[in-house]
Design a protein around this ligand. Structure first.
Ligand SMILES: *Cc1c(COP(=O)(O)O)cnc(C)c1O
Length: 360
């Protein structure tokens, strides 16, 4: 079986975990603090707070920005559900703006959805490619909106020399097992605003800055030292993992050039880190047929995402009437092929052969 994603865990990770297990400090401690410092440094931001997941990172980021009831937050309908859910967690309302061919928010459609209730834009850098942060930040500045980046799928992605996670007021990452680096479960909030990160640190620890003094309604969203120890080792490998992903994507693009699939662009204004290698299967080809052929041959593939968020059952009553034609169309066409750094050349060649058998 060629897996769609596979955590890249080696001896160094095993050693780091053993060290923490034997230290007697398993929960949030010195490893978490070190991971926060090194992660912030890597992204090029001043402050970071580690969390239990990417979802809790998003929840805390929105709370730190004081977003809540009566506020509207512009976001993408084509994402993992957590990005929109976090807006609902704080009592605010997601306002969906359609995407473009990059699978990210179409900046040209944002302004028409802004009104007096709009307080923020929650941008998702989907599949490892940055959204158009220059246009988005310009709009945010014009209307005085906060910008939250959901960079869960894009650690190490850049526009020029600047890393995603450093463009907004605050940004969130996920270290779930399928992401570009993993701590099993885990997340990170980063910002250049010290007060925001201090607030996140209080909120993740039951609203407590000083032990057993609870100034805010908080949560237990802490990361453990076990996870942080994994994260520290994985962070050192992030650039290598990403360059392997890009190399694999370049090879697939070169060999699938003759197929009738729409391939992802390698040369974007932004540097793509290929969390997913996502093609679009259009007529006369049938996505289900392609998927079945690949599965039958032992190639695991994925559809991210088959249903846009506004069409999910939980959202349908309030948002089902929205017309977001690009998100709705690509949800029917997308197909993600294995791209992770653990693939060998013969795996890639096999994937290419099997894809061409049904789409050439
Ligand atoms: C993975 C992911 C999340 C959530 O992260 P978890 O660590 O699974 O909670 C949020 N947004 C996006 C875009 C993701 O891909």
């Amino acid at each position: 079986m060629i897996r769609l994603s596979y955590p890249q865990i080696g001896r160094e990770e095993e050693k780091a975990l053993l060290e923490v297990l034997r230290s007697g400090c398993l929960v949030q401690g010195p490893k978490v603090e070190k991971f926060e410092k090194e992660f912030a440094q890597h992204i090029g931001v001043k402050y970071a707070a580690a969390t239990s997941s990417g979802t809790s990172a998003l929840h805390l980021a929105l709370l730190a920005l004081n977003l809540g009831k009566g506020d509207e937050v512009i976001t993408s309908p084509f994402s993992f559900i957590a990005s929109a859910n976090s807006i609902i967690y704080v009592g605010a309302k997601p306002v969906f703006v359609d995407i473009d061919e990059t699978f990210n928010l179409n900046p040209n459609l944002i302004e028409e959805k802004i009104n007096s209730k709009t307080k923020a834009i929650l941008v998702v850098h989907l599949f490892g490619l940055s959204a158009d942060m220059f246009k988005i930040n310009k709009i945010a500045k014009k209307y005085r909106l906060k910008v939250i980046e959901d960079a869960s799928q894009a650690p190490g992605a850049r526009i020029g020399k600047r890393y995603v996670g450093s463009f907004g007021d605050i940004a969130c990452f996920s270290f779930y097992a399928t992401k570009n680096i993993t701590t099993a479960e885990g997340g990170m909030v980063v910002s250049n605003n010290k007060m925001l990160i201090e607030k996140v640190k209080v909120l993740r620890n039951h609203g407590s800055g000083k032990k057993y003094h609870h100034d805010l309604l908080g949560y237990n969203y802490r990361m453990t030292d076990l996870c942080a120890a994994l994260g520290l080792v994985q962070l050192k490998k992030l650039d290598f993992f990403n360059s392997e992903r890009v190399k694999n994507a370049a090879y697939l693009n070169q060999k699938l050039f003759g197929s009738k699939l729409i391939l992802p662009k390698l040369e974007n204004p932004a540097h793509h880190v290929f969390h997913q290698y996502t093609v679009r299967v259009r007529k006369p080809f049938n996505r289900e047929k392609v998927i079945n052929h690949l599965w039958r041959n032992g190639i695991e593939v994925g559809v991210f995402y088959p249903i846009p968020i506004h069409r999910q059952k939980f959202y349908r009553a309030s948002f089902g009437q929205e017309k977001l034609p690009v998100a709705e169309r690509v949800a029917k066409e997308v197909l993600s092929l294995p791209i992770h750094p653990g693939l060998r050349k013969k795996d890639l060649d096999f994937i290419i052969q099997k894809v061409l058998e049904v789409t050439a």
